[in-house]
Design a binder for this molecule. Structure first.
Ligand SMILES: Cc1cc2nc3c(=O)[nH]c(=O)nc-3n(C[C@H](O)[C@H](O)[C@H](O)COP(=O)(O)OP(=O)(O)OC[C@H]3O[C@@H](n4cnc5c(N)ncnc54)[C@H](O)[C@@H]3O)c2cc1C
Length: 362
């Protein structure tokens, strides 16, 4: 495996932003990963694990360590009764896997269509969309422990899955490299249509897997650009939705009605989703009532149709433009609603002083 010096990371992220990694390599199997880890240990360098780079913003200075792009490939499936256990290597393209499952008539990941990135990262932030979370179908996650080089498997219940979270981006952050994921899918139809955009479209109908996948792709394409070309790079939602309890929900309501009036409050109440004892407030309408749609900072802009998405609209944005824009959003939302939004993408190569300057950390 080649370990190259000074490789520009902008080409490896969907934002199309980021300076060079001090060293860079592409790992095709677990031996490559072990070799990369040994190199990093000898050179005393931090390691950045890269999938499709669709959930990260890399600093303009780049990453002062070894970036390891995970390119492990292959999949296999085992049918057991009404279930099928689909195991895919971490470097497989996620949406190709969804397409495969749809073609094979395996239910369970169709709502997660048209999400960029690789299979491995799906477990990292427990990817979710259209009423579905990856954790609902993940059976096992095979990992390589960085410290020991040993390979073992986590069962679903050991992964600590929650909204946009798992042990891999919280308590055990940076300790494991995911090699493959096994998904438990259903051979019997299990349409998951409770999400508003889907329920309204398919009310009273019995859509096929292909119908659902087509609908999800169509709906997503109307909301924000899929980052394929040099322009409009993005990392999907830049801010997480807001999960709060009853008391916090009441406080939020009072603050919004005080600062923006009752129409804003009604609008938000209509969007809030009650989940067990908590409320999920989609962050997009919060940005909308705060007047942030379409706001820009140099070459970075908030997407008009889905304001959680920040765009490198010209293809020439710096990471500083994006973080500057994020800082404006955080400040405005905090002033008008009292809410401190969490960022969704991983920020790579920024110093604590920079993050403090942009109001990302205290
Ligand atoms: C247009 C667009 C739409 C999106 N829509 C959604 C959406 O609907 N829902 C959603 O949840 N996300 C969404 N995302 C975010 C993103 O696509 C997902 O989080 C995706 O799973 C990231 O995959 P990746 O391979 O690009 O990860 P990367 O960006 O490469 O990495 C993300 C994090 O995972 C770590 N990582 C990656 N691979 C491994 C591995 N094998 N082992 C250990 N750690 C690893 C990285 O170190 C990093 O911390 C969207 C992004 C875009 C650009």
């Amino acid at each position: 495996m080649k370990i190259k010096p000074n490789e520009n990371l902008s080409a490896y992220t969907t934002f199309k932003i980021g300076g060079p990694a001090k060293y860079f390599c592409v790992a095709k199997n677990s031996d490559d990963i072990r070799e990369a880890l040994l190199f990093a240990k000898q050179e005393k360098l931090p390691v950045l694990v890269l999938g499709g780079g669709s959930n990260m913003l890399v600093s303009d200075r780049g990453f002062a360590g070894l970036a390891v792009k995970i390119d492990l490939r292959g999949w296999q499936a085992q049918e057991r009764g009404d279930s099928v256990f689909l195991t895919a290597a971490a470097g497989e393209n996620w949406d190709n896997l969804v397409e495969l499952a749809v073609k094979k008539a395996w239910w369970g990941i169709e709502n997660l269509s048209h999400i960029p990135g690789k299979v491995g990262a799906i477990a990292v932030q427990n990817v979710g969309a259209y009423g579905q979370e990856a954790s609902q179908v993940i059976d096992k996650v095979e990992v390589l422990e960085k410290q020991s080089g040993k390979i073992f498997k986590f069962r679903n219940r050991d992964c600590g899955f929650a909204y946009r979270a798992s042990i891999f981006n919280t308590t055990q952050r940076g300790k494991f490299i995911i090699l493959s994921i096994t998904f438990k899918l259903s051979r019997l139809p299990r349409p998951n249509l409770w999400y508003r955009d889907l329920s309204s479209r398919f009310s009273g109908k019995h859509p096929s897997l292909a119908d659902i996948r087509r609908a999800v792709i169509e709906i997503r394409n109307k909301k924000f650009p899929f980052p394929t070309g040099p322009k409009n790079g993005n990392a999907g939602s830049f801010f997480k939705n807001i999960i709060i309890d009853q008391k916090q929900f009441q406080r939020l309501g009072a603050k919004i009605s005080e600062s923006m009036g009752n129409d804003a409050l009604d609008f938000l109440n209509h969007k809030a989703i009650l989940m067990h004892k908590h409320f999920k407030i989609p962050a997009a309408p919060v940005l909308e009532i705060c007047g942030l749609k379409g706001l820009n900072n140099k070459q970075a802009k908030i997407n008009q149709a889905q304001p959680l998405v920040m765009l490198n609209f010209s293809g020439k944005a710096k990471a500083a433009d994006v973080l500057g824009l994020a800082a404006k959003v955080l400040k405005t939302v905090k002033e008008k609603t009292g809410v401190i939004l969490d960022l969704e993408p991983e920020l790579v190569g920024f110093s604590p002083a920079e993050l403090k300057k942009y109001g990302i950390i205290d």
